[in-house]
Design a binder for this molecule. Structure first.
Ligand SMILES: NC(=O)c1ccc[n+]([C@@H]2O[C@H](COP(=O)([O-])OP(=O)(O)OC[C@H]3O[C@@H](n4cnc5c(N)ncnc54)[C@H](OP(=O)(O)O)[C@@H]3O)[C@@H](O)[C@H]2O)c1
Length: 283
């Protein structure tokens, strides 16, 4: 039975993947913060014999060390698939976010994935396993008030691409999944810059524009559900050879096509116009 470790399993893509992979007969290590108090999240998993719940805050070096020890002790030092999914979005103009907020965004979205992968690579090399990083379409382009979130995902993209080649000789495959907008807990968990919503902020009108847009997106009944990404990841795990990166969701695929086929200046002009729609004439 193949063993999969998923980070950020408490909601959204992560929780959906826990359900899908246990149904398919994989042994799933569902990791999440404050695991002891939140075990009930997994009550609806049908086959609990295939489920291990592990406490893992990806920004904690102790938790990462503990996860590696768990793999050594309970799984003979072998892991088939690592899914770096934990993450959140910090939004706000650079002038409105604090240094602490920027560092924490990188700590979770980039360092968490990098250090956990580093700790688990000996176990992944043993099985010629797979690393799947849940990046974002925002790891391909950036937008006003989203520069730090994008930076964290661009960093994750750089890590994924380098590792794709670095680990090839060992038979370990690496893929970055780039979802567009999906209905998960992401919007609710968004963190805004400390000063973003102060009326005195020079960026207040842009912030209000983005807030309006986020609200509209949240209420959109047709937004793609989290099962879309889970199905794509299941497909990747079952594939003999994973691609370097995969777009997920119609909006992400459209962005990928535009980036590939349009001249750069035209592509950025279209991006700028779409930002004007969200932020008014502020950008
Ligand atoms: N939904 C989208 O539209 C979208 C688009 C592109 C990319 N993504 C990416 O997809 C991934 C999953 O997000 P989601 O959309 O499924 O949102 P979500 O429902 O909010 O899930 C995010 C998960 O990350 C966990 N997490 C946050 N900080 C953590 C930390 N320090 N240590 C461990 N876990 C942590 C959360 O756990 P807690 O419950 O403990 O907070 C939660 O389980 C993220 O990396 C996100 O950037 C999402």
């Amino acid at each position: 039975m193949k063993t999969i470790l998923i980070t950020g399993s408490s909601s959204g893509f992560g929780l959906e993947m826990v359900h899908d992979f246990t149904e398919l007969g994989y042994h799933v290590i569902a990791s999440l913060r404050s695991a002891e108090e939140r075990k009930a999240i997994f009550d609806s998993v049908n086959d609990k014999s295939k489920l291990t719940i592990l406490n893992l805050d990806v920004s904690s070096k102790d938790d990462i060390r503990h996860a590696a020890e768990h793999i050594n002790q309970a799984h003979n030092g072998e892991l088939d698939v690592l899914i770096n999914n934990a993450g959140y979005g910090l939004y706000g103009a650079l002038e409105d976010v604090s240094e602490e907020q920027i560092r924490h965004q990188m700590e979770v979205n980039f360092f968490g994935a990098a250090l956990l992968t580093q700790a688990l690579l000996p176990a992944l090399r043993k099985t010629k396993g797979k690393v799947i990083n849940i990046s974002s379409v925002m790891g391909r382009f950036s937008l006003p008030l989203g520069s730090v979130y994008s930076a964290s995902k661009f960093a994750l993209e750089g890590l994924s691409e380098g590792l794709y080649y670095e680990l090839k000789p060992f038979g370990v495959q690496v893929c970055a999944v780039q979802p567009g907008a999906h209905r998960t807990g992401f919007v609710k968990a968004m963190i805004w810059g400390d000063k973003s919503q102060e009326e005195s902020s020079p960026y207040i009108n842009q912030t209000k524009g983005l807030l309006r847009n986020v609200e509209e997106m949240t209420n959109k009944p047709k937004a793609t559900g989290s099962n879309n990404v889970s199905k794509i990841v299941v497909g990747l795990v079952r594939k003999k050879k994973m691609p370097r990166r995969v777009l997920a969701g119609k909006d992400a695929v459209a962005t990928g096509i535009a980036q590939k086929f349009l001249p750069e200046a035209l592509y950025h002009e279209i991006l700028h116009r779409s930002y004007e729609k969200v932020f008014g004439s502020e950008v």
